[in-house]
Design a protein around this ligand. Structure first.
Ligand code: NAD
Length: 518
């Protein structure tokens, strides 16, 4: 099996000499990227019927990495048909056999981890240390974890099985045989799942979507984001390597129109969407008059609350991790910082000091803390918010440390003080390394202000009083509340939002619920 590490990478970000006098240490791994990628339908790479291709850009140096096929309506239809054809057989496989495929996918992701990490970084601009240590290992973990569920669904949803559906093999939506087992009944799969993902954690989001769906006996059509499709296409190669039955997963590249065609396709049983609240609302409207199942993982403006009794140095790390991880391109980023008034000055001083030590630059350098902004369009959005923050009267604190590379899309980590709750930077999701710092006096005020948002994805609470943490956490309207930590993820732990952050959960037993018919 090839690991596609043959050709030298063209990526060498120019870094102007600066006060950061490190020796150059870009990852020396070589990753092959084909000039052009087709659609993955029915187990094969096929040219798009649309005959259209678009460029995929490395945001760290603005070079074109390759061309990607743009799936039109006919291509979407072909992918859905392939998934429909494959579904009954996949669902009728013995669950333990299905699990074997998923274990193989997980192991192959591990074996090709270095290649996938470099590719993820070249394609999306995130620091190699994050792709290598977080994105790729977690993607493998999701397949491992869900492989384990395949033959235990009867325990997950006790008494939920379809008529005569038994544990050692279960029926698809359209006609396949059932088998008996001592375990009891299995819930039925939903059928064909259309899955649309964003650009901030490309391979990881693909794993979040595919792994639970496959474990429950569904087949999938996955549409990655247009700026970050390369690792999903590498995953398609892994599916070929492990002989995943054709059509079980189909991967179609393209932009919003491709996603829309998938949402509108009549033969899709479920849509799982991760992306912006704006697009999520449009998808909800499109699905409302149909019997499609829907889950939405949308945006956030999550509060990170620091009480005066917290361990301040530990909290500073949590603030940094909460907002500057992945350039702030994180749905659950702790982008609203609430600091108890008595420690505000100390926190700002320490935060300023810590922020100065963040290294911005070549994402392929393992010393880099903050990589490139994912696209020119996203950089323009961040600039819009930086201007709005200053215009509305907040004070911008930014590091002037290292010189930024001359090409690519960059934004230094920064924060605003003097922020009012009405300011745009306090209300709207920026999706960049920009933090809004505000203060509070009492726990009640912290809770009220933290909940004063249309979003409800995540929150952080920092205090050395366990009882206080639990009392506060219970009153926060957020899908995930991290206590004395931030941005911790695990395949066994459900993730998802309230309010305009969406509905449905991904991960854990709860995440399986969206992929079964009960
Ligand atoms: P986006 O909504 O612009 O795009 C997301 C995906 O939807 C892309 O694949 C895009 O091509 C597709 N798309 C665009 N228009 C569509 C349409 N009309 N119909 C169907 N599909 C369409 O979001 P983005 O800019 O790629 O990602 C950033 C957003 O994603 C942020 O708001 C972030 O908070 C959110 N996000 C949420 C989670 C979560 O778990 N809640 C995780 C990651 C990102």
């Amino acid at each position: 099996m090839s690991t596609r590490l043959e050709q030298p990478t063209a990526v060498q970000t120019e870094v102007t000499p600066s006060i950061w006098d490190y020796s150059p240490a870009p990852e020396s791994v070589k990753v092959a990227i084909e000039p052009r990628y087709d659609l993955f339908i029915g187990g094969k790479f096929v040219a798009p019927k649309s005959k259209k291709y678009f460029a995929s850009i490395n945001p760290a140096n603005e070079q074109t990495l390759c061309e990607l096929a743009e799936a039109g309506e006919k291509d979407v239809d072909a992918a859905v048909q392939a998934a429909r054809t494959a579904q009954p057989k996949w669902a009728a496989l013995k669950p333990a056999e299905r699990a074997k495929f998923m274990f193989r996918i997980a192991r192959r992701i591990q074996e090709r981890a270095r290649e996938l990490a470099v590719l993820e970084t070249m394609d999306g601009g995130k620091p190699i240390a994050e792709s290598r240590d977080i994105d790729i290992p977690l993607a493998a973990q999701h397949f491992f974890y869900h492989a384990g569920w395949c033959d235990k669904l009867a325990y997950a949803f006790t008494g939920s099985g379809g008529k005569g559906i038994k544990a050692s093999g279960h029926q698809g939506i359209k006609g396949s045989k059932t088998r008996n087992s001592e375990l009891g009944t299995f819930p039925l799969p939903v059928g064909v799942c259309g899955q649309i993902i964003p650009w901030n954690f490309p391979l990881l989001m693909a794993a979040w979507k595919l792994a639970p769906a496959l474990a429950c006996g569904n087949t999938c059509v996955l549409k990655p984001a247009e700026t970050t499709s390369l690792t999903a296409l590498r995953l398609a190669e892994i599916f070929q390597e492990i002989d995943l039955p054709p059509g079980v997963v189909n991967i179609i590249t393209g932009a919003g129109a491709t996603g829309q065609a998938l949402v509108n396709h009549d033969d899709v049983d479920k849509i799982a969407f991760t992306g912006s609240t704006e697009v999520g609302k449009r998808i909800a409207q499109a699905c409302a008059p149909t019997d499609k199942k829907l889950t939405l993982e949308l945006g956030g403006k999550s509060p990170n609350i620091i009480f005066e009794d917290a361990s301040i140095d530990q909290a500073i790390e949590g603030i940094i991790q909460g907002i500057y991880f992945n350039q702030g391109h994180v749905c659950c980023a702790g982008s609203r910082l609430f600091v108890q008034e008595s420690i505000l000055d100390e926190v700002i001083e320490k935060l300023t000091h810590r922020m100065k030590n963040l290294r911005v630059g070549d994402p392929l350098d393992k010393n880099t803390d903050v990589g490139a902004i994912n696209s020119k369009a996203q950089l323009a959005t961040i600039h819009k918010y930086l201007e709005a923050g200053s215009r509305e009267g907040a004070a911008l604190h930014e590091t002037n440390g290292s010189a930024l590379p001359s090409k690519g899309y960059w934004c230094r980590p920064c924060f605003f003080t003097g922020v009012q709750p009405s300011h745009m930077v306090a209300r709207e999701e920026i999706f960049g390394p920009v933090l809004a710092v505000m203060s509070f006096r009492t726990p009640e005020e912290a809770i009220t202000r933290a909940n004063n948002t249309p979003y409800g994805l995540a929150a952080g609470v920092w205090s050395d009083k366990g009882s206080k943490i639990f009392a506060i956490a219970r009153q926060l309207k957020a899908g995930v509340v991290w206590c004395n930590t931030y941005n911790k993820f695990d395949a066994a732990s459900p993730f998802g939002g309230f309010k305009e952050s969406g509905f449905g959960r991904e991960g854990g037993l709860q995440g399986l619920r969206a992929y079964v018919n009960i």
